[in-house]
Design a protein around this ligand. Structure first.
Ligand SMILES: Cc1cc2nc3c(=O)[nH]c(=O)nc-3n(C[C@H](O)[C@H](O)[C@H](O)COP(=O)(O)O)c2cc1C
Length: 199
């Protein structure tokens, strides 16, 4: 076999592999379109992980942005700054019982996004009330868009978060959710990667 033939065979083997890689990448982009991660996350004293500088859900939001190139909007309130875990759970329960809607800082224009990931910790069986303030403000903004809920938690999984997102955005195409233990996120990037690959 001469050198020309060998080169032809090597090229024939390489080209389909390169093309299928491109097709897969393109397919991922088509599936997701322009994506945004909306999340709330509480740094500070927390269950199981102690006093953390970066909240568990923020770590997952950062993985998503890094892996698929999504923008972010963080729902920020300073209402819980510096609170120890026990008073925080009491306050959170009170807010949930009373259906309070705490304010958050700034806002985001959702019209430019096709896919919106929504993530937060489970607090008393659903997302923190401040996320419901965001849902109320944007109730009409996710019509026909793909919405992908996720949670971090310490035993409740998705709790009622997916149902609550569906109720908040009846016109949205709400997908199956993803949940991960809060104490696992720092070593759990591969789980997030696997989930995103299978969307
Ligand atoms: C106020 C409060 C309520 C919580 N309620 C629940 C719960 O109902 N179920 C659960 O599995 N975990 C619960 N947790 C644990 C958090 O969901 C978990 O630690 C989460 O990863 C925190 O994420 P973050 O650091 O992004 O805020 C609660 C934590 C707090 C602070």
């Amino acid at each position: 076999m001469n050198i020309k033939n060998i080169i032809s065979i090597v090229l024939a083997l390489l080209i389909p592999t390169a093309c299928s890689g491109q097709t897969k990448q393109k397919k991922d982009m088509e599936t997701t379109g322009k994506a945004l991660v909306v999340f709330f996350s509480h740094a500070g004293d927390n269950y199981s992980v102690g006093n953390i500088e970066v909240g568990n859900t923020k770590i997952v939001a950062d993985y998503i942005s890094e892996i698929i190139g999504a923008d972010q909007f963080e729902i920020v309130t300073h209402k819980y700054d510096g609170m120890a875990y026990t008073p925080l759970i009491k306050l959170a329960q009170q807010e949930a019982d009373n259906g309070e809607l705490p304010e958050y800082e700034g806002d985001v224009d959702l019209s430019q996004y096709d896919t919106v990931f929504i993530g937060g910790p489970v607090w008393w069986g659903t997302y923190p009330q401040v996320m419901f303030t965001f849902f109320k403000n944007h109730a009409a903004d996710l019509e026909g868009k793909t919405v992908i809920p996720f949670t971090t938690h310490e035993g409740s999984g998705l709790a009622s978060c997916v149902e609550d997102v569906k109720a908040a955005f009846p016109g949205a195409k709400v997908q199956k959710g993803f949940s991960i233990y809060g104490h696992e996120v720092r070593t759990g990037k591969s789980k997030v990667e696997k989930w995103l690959k299978n969307l």
